[in-house]
Design a protein around this ligand. Sequence first.
Ligand SMILES: [Zn+2]
Length: 238
Amino acid sequence: MPGTDLRIQRPQVGLCCLFLLVISVMAEAATHPCPGAKLAVDATDEENARLACAGGTSAIDFLGALGLKKPPLLVIELVDRLPALHDTGLLGSFDADQGRLRVLSYPRCQAIARRFPQFGMPMDTDMYRGIVAHEVGHAMMAFSFRGPRPSILAQEYIAYVTQFMAMSPGLRQHILEHTEISAFEDESQLSLTYYLLDPQAFGIAAFKHFMALPDPRVFVRRLLSDGSPACCADSESD
Ligand SMILES: [Zn+2]
């Protein structure tokens, strides 16, 4: 009878779903070490982990060259969802209190970028490296300071510069040639209102300003230390 068949099948469907869920949870536990860097990526997809490694390594090398202290080990969690109050197009986050560095998986970033494009461009692997580098930049800044953290504006300035530096020269050039955003004239123009209203415009203005600096290392040290001797690697005793 049809009714009897249904009663038998329902528990089987439930067990099947539970089995798939268990497999899914187990797959999320894979950790991929990044070659040549104190960095690892938790991901279900090896190719996605390789992309994240490339972005994260770029950030560590770039900020290390600017004098920031390299962290002992960073782990990037690639996730399909981020905690967010609103649908804002958030692609990554670093929680300094918990030390958790999370970036959306490449397919999720592609999906979100269709509604919230980065610098007016589609999300490709080149752009994705920059997204990862931005968040790793936040993590490195957190590890470089013992005392008060740098201001949000200082952190975002450096994170966006790190993001642009992780892109290919061709992508950087394309973005800069297709924008009317001009460079910050000096750091007094770093505005929280500007950043909150249009973070990507803030990022372009920051990167253009950075590229015109006569001595980026000195500027970054001053910007991040905000007048106190907190930054950077060669001012640390360990
Ligand atoms: Zn940021």
